[in-house]
Design a protein around this ligand. Structure first.
Ligand code: EPU
Length: 336
């Protein structure tokens, strides 16, 4: 394994911003992580990159960027359960389509989420009514503190909305090298999400296959979200905030249309895209930074935006949402 010096990161992040990494290592075989551990690099600053789809470089990186490029997908069937294991460097959407091709239900609602398998448990990715935590069985991780591999079961990952121990308590400590998903042949199709239902109706599909759902989800995403291959972005820039129901009731007095989803008896989730749109940001251009015209939760790079400029716009959005609604948005994207 080769440690490269002064590597340009523009093509390694879906925002397409320029930054330089002092060192860069590409991992194609998980044993290379032990080699890397033995060089002592984990004692200094490092950052693990999967597809680079959830990161914003605001400055050069004075440490080692580790890109996980391991490949391979396997499965075995036991009764009605299907265990699918994928290497951390596999593209998430390729895994979804592997399952669709084999007629294994469970991942189809998460079609076309950018990023890699290794990143999927870190922020408990989710879309259209399904989350990673619903399907993850175990994940195997390399402990950069001790240099050994460890397997975590679903419960040990401490999953919650767009969060896990890998993002909170153990932030930066573990590198996910593979993930095993537990699917079941009898899993019911989940078409309850409004946009899926209406698109299926439009297509006159009343009994959708897994493939139908994966296609419809991909279609909705393409319509609504910019393709990172052509427009730099990192998907939702912010999380949907969870607020107290008492605060929501107060807000409803002034904003009866506030988009919200009940969480429990005390809390509700509010659509951050709606809050940002109400503050007038949707479609707005600030130099090279553009708030996506079809989904205000997504910040895009016209081509030459710097990470600092994007970060500054995100700060202004947070301030304006706070001033208007008293709600503090939290960034979903990793800021470096
Ligand atoms: N809305 C607006 N204006 C906007 C955007 C949204 O009013 O500009 C309102 C609409 O009423 C819409 C509602 O907000 O019905 C929800 O919007 P959407 O269905 O697009 O979902 P979201 O809550 O904004 C979340 C995820 C997305 C995921 C979609 C679909 C987060 C932070 N984002 O967005 O995930 O694709 O649900 O399940 O939870 C990502 O994480 O990168 C991502 C794209």
């Amino acid at each position: 394994m080769e440690l490269q010096q002064n590597i340009l990161l523009k093509k390694h992040n879906t925002f397409g911003v320029q930054a330089i990494a002092k060192q860069f290592a590409e991992i194609k075989d998980e044993r290379q992580l032990i080699e890397l551990y033995n060089t002592g690099i984990f004692k200094n600053r490092f950052f693990v990159l999967g597809g680079g789809s959830n990161v914003l470089f605001t400055t050069d990186f004075e440490g080692t960027i580790i890109k996980i490029s391991t490949k391979g997908i396997q499965h075995f069937i036991e009764g009605t359960n299907i265990y699918v294991t994928a290497a951390g460097g596999e593209v998430w959407n390729d895994l979804v389509w592997y399952c669709v091709r084999h007629d294994f239900p469970g991942l189809e609602n998460m079609a076309l989420i950018p990023g890699t398998v290794g990143a999927s448990p870190i922020q408990n990715i989710g879309a259209y009514g399904t989350e990673l935590m619903d399907v993850m069985y175990t994940c195997r991780a390399f402990d950069t503190l001790t240099g050994v591999f460890k397997t975590f079961n679903n419960k040990e990952c401490g999953f919650s909305y767009r969060d896990s121990i890998f993002k909170s308590k153990h932030k930066g400590r573990y590198i996910i090298v593979s993930v095993t998903y537990k699917l079941n042949l009898h899993t019911q199709r989940n078409t309850s999400y409004g946009a899926i239902e209406s698109e299926l109706t439009k297509r006159a599909i009343s009994n959708p296959t897994i493939k139908d759902i994966a296609e419809v989800v991909s279609f909705i995403r393409v319509e609504k979200l910019p393709d990172p291959k052509t427009v730099g972005n990192a998907g939702s820039f912010f999380k949907n905030p969870i607020i107290l129901n008492t605060q929501l009731e107060n807000l409803k007095l002034s904003y009866p249309n506030i988009v919200n989803y009940p969480i429990d008896t005390m809390h509700s989730k509010v659509a951050a895209g709606w809050l940002i749109e109400q503050c007038g940001w949707k479609g707005k251009e600030i130099g090279e930074v553009v708030i996506w015209k079809n989904q205000a939760l997504v910040i895009t790079n016209k081509g030459n935006a710097t990470g600092k400029e994007i970060f500054q716009v995100s700060k202004e959005i947070i301030d304006s949402v706070f001033n208007n609604f008293g709600i503090e948005l939290e960034r979903e994207v990793n800021i470096l």
